[in-house]
Every structure is written in structure tokens, then in C-alpha cells.
Design a protein around this ligand. Sequence first.
Ligand code: DP6
Length: 338
Amino acid sequence: MTAESEQAAFVRAVLEGRGRQPAGMATASAPANLALCKYWGKRDATLNLPVTGSLSVSLGPLGTTTRVAVAARDRLLLEGRRLPARSPFAQRLWRFLDLFRPPGVCFHVETTNSVATAAGIASSASGFAALTAALDKLFDWHLEGRDLSLLARLGSGSACRSVYHGFVEWLAGSRDDGRDSYAVALRQRWPALRVGVLTITDAPKPLASRDAMARTVASSALYRAWPEQAAEDLQVLKQAIAEHNFVTLGRTAESNALAMHATMVSAWPPVLYWQPGTLEAMRRVWALRQAGMALYLSMDAGPNVKLLFLAGDEQAVSEAFPTVRMVAPFDDEAGVDC
Ligand code: DP6
């Protein structure tokens, strides 16, 4: 079976005979998410099945809004600008849409992000989650969150978590058919939690996270330690969330992110996303922590830095990082707009 036919069979199984005739147009939004325990490594690259479970917090108003309409021919607008069909972003999006496309139907897609694209701020996560939710409306499927999560996962693994707001766990699952690998929303809330987004650069990253991930799994000796570390971090984080233990949450999230980057640096050829500005921000976080502030950092597969802190430190954080974009993840918990 080709990768496309395996994915198409997965989609058919999730949709269970629901209508395949889209009508009119539909719009949906989904939040970006920051993984506190990262998804890093796949056990199946066709179905995006992860080696380990992961845990994220959705970034409220930061994310993607996507409009899909039935049209005379395929057309994709990103931030209002037409994207050539051969651009990597467009190819990935059309491959995903082809999984749902009835014969002879074309789509007009318009997508806008409130965060930089391809610079490690989870734009593919919110992008595929918003697109899946828009398709759900366009085809009138009325899927529940679990099924939206299963479908969004095919576009990008981390997208399965962007189906929900708040804390979200992606259950790794163990089945070969991937039907038990989806995200669930945790019921705990933490209104005082803050995430700061420091954009070091919004230039496209040199290597897509999926390529960095595959290279790491194939060549990094340190990756052998990752599954055990991630499983332990996941449990510690869930406990820290349940107890609102911020020091444990911050420390575990920061060391999980640094451990992920260590596996990349030890891959061959090495993958290093950090820029001088990344290191500068890291050192500033560590100095502030040394001085007593409960401030921690995380990073995805890119040079940008995310800060974790509590509401009481908002002012101190904006003084130390004047360009920081603050997010209160629990201010808006409506879930994917669908
Ligand atoms: C570092 O979800 O972008 O952000 O499934 O290949 O599309 P694909 O990968 P992707 O990887 C995200 C990796 C990460 C960690 C995370 O979000 O958990």
C-alpha cells in the first residue's frame, strides 16, 4: 500500500460512511500549542504515530483561522497572498486535502496565522487543526473531538493536540492502525499560568521538524534515552498540573525541551536550531531564575523561545523581555471553533 492509500483508508475508517459531498464554505480557528513534554520521534511516519505520549498547553488566541470553500479550481492563500502549488507548505496542505476530496471537487483555501510560519511556533499544529475543523463544517460531519484529533494528526502530529484549549495530552496508543493515538483535554485549569513567546526570528527554519525528528531517531545515540525520559516527564508534569506545583512544571518542561534539543545536536548531521538571540534569551532566563524569579523556558524545533511563568511575574517578565508576547492560556477555553 502507498502512504496515500494507507492514509485514505484511515480517513475512511474515521469518517465511517459520513457524507463526502462538501457544500458552500466554512471557517474555523484553532490555537497553537506549546508542548511541555515533547512529541519527538515516530513509530509510524505514514500515520504520524508517536514513540511516546506528549502533553501541551494551547496558546489561546495565538493560532490559525482557515476558510475552505468549494471552488472552480484549487487556490491557496496564506496571509492573503497566493501560494504557488509547488511551495512545500502548499504541497503538504494539498496532500492532506486530497484525502478528503471527492472526484472533480476543487477547494479555495484561505489561511491566516497569528504566529510566524515555519519558525517553530507550532503553526502546522494550529494550521491542520483549523483546516480539519473547517472541513468538518464544510462536509457537515459533526465529528467529536477525538475524531477531529485523529484526522488532524495525519496533517501534522502536534496538530492532534491543537483541537482543544487548555492542557492537552496526546495518548501515544499502541495499535498499528493508529485509531488509539489521539489527544484528550485534561480537565485541570491553571488560570494564573502564563506563556511568553519570544520571536528570535520569523525566518523559515532550515530543516522541517519532521526531517529533524527522523534524522534524530535514525542517528542520535542520545535518542535511546528519550522514550524513558519523556514517559517520566509526562507523569511528573501531570502531577505538577494537578497540584499546581509551578516549580516542578517549569523545571520539567525546560529540561524536557533541552533534552529534545540534545538529541538533535547529537544527530548526524547535527541539527542546531539555536541562534545567538536564542542563547541570549536562555542566559537571561537562567540569570533571572538565579535571582529568584520562577521563570522557565521551552523551545520547539526552531530558534524561538517560550517562557513559562505565573501572572504575578508578568510585569517583571515584560521588563526583562520587552518584545515578549504574553499569552494567558486559560482566558479563552472555547475549544476549536466548530
Ligand atoms: C518539537 O508535529 O511538526 O514541536 O508530525 O512530522 O508534522 P510532524 O511533526 P510536528 O512536530 C512537532 C515537534 C515539536 C514538539 C511538539 O510539538 O510536541
